[in-house]
Design a protein around this ligand. Structure first.
Ligand SMILES: *[C@@H]1O[C@H](CO)[C@@H](O)[C@H](O)[C@H]1NC(C)=O
Ligand SMILES: *[C@@H]1O[C@H](CO)[C@@H](O)[C@H](O)[C@H]1NC(C)=O
Ligand SMILES: *[C@@H]1O[C@H](CO)[C@@H](O)[C@H](O)[C@H]1NC(C)=O
Ligand SMILES: *[C@@H]1O[C@H](CO)[C@@H](O)[C@H](O)[C@H]1NC(C)=O
Ligand SMILES: *[C@@H]1O[C@H](CO)[C@@H](O)[C@H](O)[C@H]1NC(C)=O
Ligand SMILES: *[C@@H]1O[C@H](CO)[C@@H](O)[C@H](O)[C@H]1NC(C)=O
Length: 193
């Protein structure tokens, strides 16, 4: 009974909130170039709605590899790589394709990632090439917005002051209307290949 009560409360809340706040279009990272975003980034943490978490749900050691598609140089591939639950857990890889109607891109893309039916808006909003970056993605389907803010670093750790400042920026851009909490990604004992 209690479970049913809880579930209906959750549903009610969804209905009450419908439609969600739209996706934001924050300013892209100043002087963005794909060359500077290319390469490996380690996920320090994320703010993520449940619907956006289908790939990342149980992930640890999460990192992304950004590079040009060999097949079509106008396309960029983002490989999302992680281990399920523990550092020695099953390796999960989900490749997304970034496209932009701007050549060269200004840091805003559409990302197509299987099995998501719709492309998501994928925005690089902070880019310090050798240090850290912030990526915000969002899609609205049936009035429900799924969004994610990723704090990324060139190393598996990042100075806490910087993390706090990046989270403040995300707040300033109103990227987290559901006030979800920032979840840190476990990068302990990971092996990256
Ligand atoms: C972007 O480039 C302009 C012109 O080269 C420069 O003045 C500015 O400081 C750069 N901004 C950042 C954040 O790198
Ligand atoms: C994912 O992307 C990486 C890097 O481009 C590539 O090596 C790999 O083959 C891709 N995997 C799949 C399943 O497409
Ligand atoms: C993403 O796709 C939408 C719909 O096709 C389009 O309006 C928008 O301009 C695209 N954005 C970019 C950055 O290419
Ligand atoms: C983190 O960065 C801040 C300012 O950028 C600096 O003052 C602080 O000493 C750094 N902390 C560590 C542990 O490196
Ligand atoms: C992170 O992973 C390590 C190694 O698997 C584990 O010992 C540690 O408890 C984890 N930390 C958290 C906060 O879950
Ligand atoms: C995880 O790393 C710590 C040091 O960071 C080490 O003491 C520990 O033995 C490692 N655990 C495993 C299971 O490899």
């Amino acid at each position: 009974m209690r479970v049913i009560y809880l579930v209906s409360l959750l549903l009610l809340e969804e209905v009450y909130m419908w439609p969600d706040a739209p996706c934001r279009t924050p300013p892209p990272a100043a002087n963005y170039t794909l060359e500077q975003y290319t390469g490996r980034w380690f996920e320090i943490g994320k703010i993520q709605t449940t619907g956006g978490a289908f790939f990342e749900k149980d992930c640890v050691c999460t990192h992304i590899d950004v590079g040009q598609s060999r097949k079509d140089p106008s396309e960029t591939i983002v490989s999302n790589i992680c281990n399920k639950k523990t550092f020695d857990g099953k390796r999960i890889i989900a490749n997304g394709t970034l496209t932009s109607n701007r050549q060269p891109s200004d840091g805003r893309y559409n990302e197509t990632i299987f099995p998501a039916p719709l492309p998501v808006a994928y925005n690089i909003i902070v880019l310090q090439t050798n240090d850290f970056s912030v990526e915000y993605d969002c899609v609205v389907e049936f009035g429900i917005a799924n969004y994610c803010v990723h704090i990324l670093s060139r190393r598996p750790t990042l100075n806490e002051t910087i993390v706090e400042n990046l989270l403040k920026l995300a707040e300033q851009y109103d990227l987290n209307p559901k006030k979800l909490k920032f979840t840190r990604t476990n990068q302990t004992n990971c092996t990256y290949t």
